[in-house]
Each structure stands twice: as C-alpha cells, then as structure tokens.
Design a protein around this ligand. Structure first.
Ligand SMILES: [Zn+2]
Length: 141
C-alpha cells in the first residue's frame, strides 16, 4: 500500500491513531495499516500539549477536497496564515515547510499547488525549491 505523506508526518510527530484519523479525515484502519507498513511505534494516547509550533499547526490545519489543507486559524494581514507559540507569531506556511522538509525555509514560503491558502506541508515551497523547479522545467518569471 501507499502510505499518505500527511499520515506519516503525524505519526512521526508522535500522534495517536485516533487523533490522526480524526484530524486527516481518514479511517482508523487506514492509519493502523500505515503504522504497520512503516513499522512505526504506537503514538501516545491523550491530548497533546502545544509543545512546538508544529503542534499548534496540526490543531489549526484542516484537510479539504483535493488533498489540500486549509488554515482555520488567524490570517495575518489578510494574507499570511499564522499562529502564535511561546509569545511569537509564526507563518503557518513556514511551519508547514519545516514539518515536511526538516529544515528552515529560505526566503518566502507559499503554496505551490495552485490551491490558494493551502498549508499542506508537502504543498508549500520556499525559494530553494522554486529555483530547482525553474531550473528543471523552465520558468515564466
Ligand atoms: Zn495544496
């Protein structure tokens, strides 16, 4: 089977099967099969604390049709989905990027999937990724 990337991400983040299923709107069986497939240890039951900006991110991102994720939290200046953690404001795009790529983004981060406002960790791109695509496929900008 193919394991959905967002399911795998939440398992790596330590969430339990039920939480992942609810948050990503997939069946509990899908999550359990994915966990077996990836040989991931079971998540810890119970509510998660807001330990990191990524924890807050998963509380505010909501899956929508087409495999995208929309932001249910604050939108700073009407354009940037954002969250607060530890007294700081973070761009949800940047937090999403760090979740998927395990590094800090370079330059501006924005969705590259064509779905306005999408915060899916695998759909946001930083300058490095955009430059790579442009080098491979050519660019219009
Ligand atoms: Zn998207």
């Amino acid at each position: 089977m193919t394991v959905r990337a967002d399911v795998a991400e939440l398992m790596r983040a330590g969430y339990g099967d039920r939480t992942i299923a609810r948050r990503l709107n997939v069946s509990i069986g899908t999550v359990r099969r994915a966990r077996a497939e990836l040989q991931m240890p079971a998540g810890q039951p119970g509510p998660k604390s807001y330990g990191t900006p990524a924890d807050v991110f998963w509380q505010r991102a909501r899956p929508v049709d087409g495999g995208h994720m929309e932001w249910t939290g604050t939108v700073h200046q009407g354009t940037i989905p954002s969250l607060r953690h530890g007294g700081r404001r973070y761009s949800a795009y940047r937090v999403a990027f760090s979740i998927a790529h395990h590094r800090a983004p370079v330059g501006r981060v924005e969705p590259g999937c064509g779905h306005p406002g999408c915060v899916h960790p695998r759909h946001v791109e930083d300058r490095t990724i955009r430059a790579t695509y442009t080098a491979i496929f050519g660019g219009t900008q």
